[in-house]
Design a protein around this ligand. Structure first.
Ligand SMILES: C[S@@+](CC[C@H](N)C(=O)[O-])C[C@H]1O[C@@H](n2cnc3c(N)ncnc32)[C@H](O)[C@@H]1O
Length: 349
């Protein structure tokens, strides 16, 4: 029996469970899921004993999953830990395993109960790291990080996070600071999307000063602000008013028009879209822009319906994949700054 722990947004455990089951089945691996509503995490347990470490590592790839912020192979589950000394039993398991780790992260779910554990996580993190150093279990050159995930104070999942494939951020959440000059909090969504959906090389190649972008549903300008910050020229499409300081940058043209009808006079490098609309309608629009070569790259938000959120997500993304055929490059994530929504990137490769 092998186990994977996945961190997700509280309330999306069902979607995360559906997704990991489908993902595993795609590799011929079967298992069952343990997920409590609003717990902020999901446990996937394979039924076959044959799932080796490599098989497990293929499953635990948060980049391939939309609803999981983090996915980690778990090598020990310990409960009823003595709260006056959790270190001794944990260290016992680690010593027996003999693996070394580049660092240790003490984590809790992203829920109110999990937040209450934050002070414990901080102090226990320093204590465990100190004990592991003494036991020579820390090696800065190691290829794996130790994640000690506490859903409650006396229960821990010990997981190993492959540096190449797991999310590098504690709890799988990139901590972004809200820029004071940005016109809206939505700005963090696009900032996070660039960070999570593109790698460093792609950000450098695909987001260059002087490139042209279109922002559909731009007002008051949080997403446009992120593009302007990277010195792109932006056509901001919205009937609503744009932030005045942002317009003073000289890089923004505000066009009061319907984002579903407006088309650019010539192809642009980027299309971004945050219009509050039915996800299928947005997906069809993105498919059209990319399919007709009106833009080279697109980042868009899909507001999910109340029910069948998993099915709707795949229906929308498949619509875009079908339009782009074999050259489709479509990536999606429920970002930390997304609520009942996901954010996706698409291009023709
Ligand atoms: C969530 S807000 C966008 C926030 C923006 N991304 C930001 O960071 O400030 C959605 C915007 O979409 C606009 N919108 C909705 N339907 C639209 C349409 N058909 N055409 C143009 N804009 C539309 C609304 O006016 C609203 O300003």
């Amino acid at each position: 029996m092998s186990r994977i722990v996945l961190y997700c947004r509280s309330g999306f455990e069902g979607e995360c469970a559906q997704e990991i089951s489908a993902h595993a089945a795609g590799f011929g691996i079967f298992g069952h899921v343990r997920a409590l509503a609003d717990s902020g995490f999901v446990e996937y347990v394979t039924t076959s004993n044959q799932t080796d470490e490599q098989g497990l590592a293929r499953l635990a790839q948060p980049r391939a999953l939309i609803f999981a912020r983090q996915a980690l192979p778990c090598f020990a589950l310990m409960d009823q830990l003595p709260v006056h000394d959790r270190i001794t039993p944990i260290l016992g398991v680690l010593r027996e395993r003999r693996a070394r780790y580049s660092e240790v992260l003490i984590e809790a779910p992203d829920t109110n109960d999990g937040k209450a554990l934050a002070p414990f996580c901080r102090s226990f993190g320093s204590a465990l790291a100190g004990a592991m150093k003494k036991a020579r279990l820390i090696d800065p050159a190691a290829a794996r990080r130790l994640h000690a995930f506490f859903p409650q104070g006396d229960k821990v999942y010990l997981c190993s996070g492959d540096l190449a494939h797991s999310s590098p951020w504690p709890q799988g959440i990139p901590r972004l600071k809200f820029p004071r000059e940005a016109p809206s909090r939505s700005t963090l969504k696009l900032d996070e999307a660039f960070l999570v959906l593109l790698d460093e090389g792609e950000r450098e190649r695909w987001l260059k000063p002087g490139m042209n972008a279109v922002d559909l549903g731009a007002a008051p300008g949080g997403w446009t602000w992120q593009l302007v910050r990277r010195s792109l020229r932006v056509a901001a499409i919205d009937n609503g008013p744009m932030d005045v300081a942002l317009m003073d940058s000289g890089l923004v043209t505000h066009i009061r028009a319907d984002g579903f009808r407006w088309r650019p006079p010539r192809p642009v490098d980027w299309l971004v879209c945050d219009m509050v609309e039915q996800p299928r309608r947005v997906a069809a629009l993105i498919a059209q822009w990319l399919g007709e070569g009106l833009c080279r790259h697109a980042i868009f938000n899909l507001k999910l319906p109340m029910k069948k959120r998993y099915d709707e997500t795949h229906l929308c993304l498949d619509l875009i994949r079908d339009a782009l055929g074999t050259r489709a490059d479509v990536r999606a994530k429920q970002l930390y700054h997304d609520r009942e929504e996901i954010t996706a990137f698409a291009r023709r490769a």
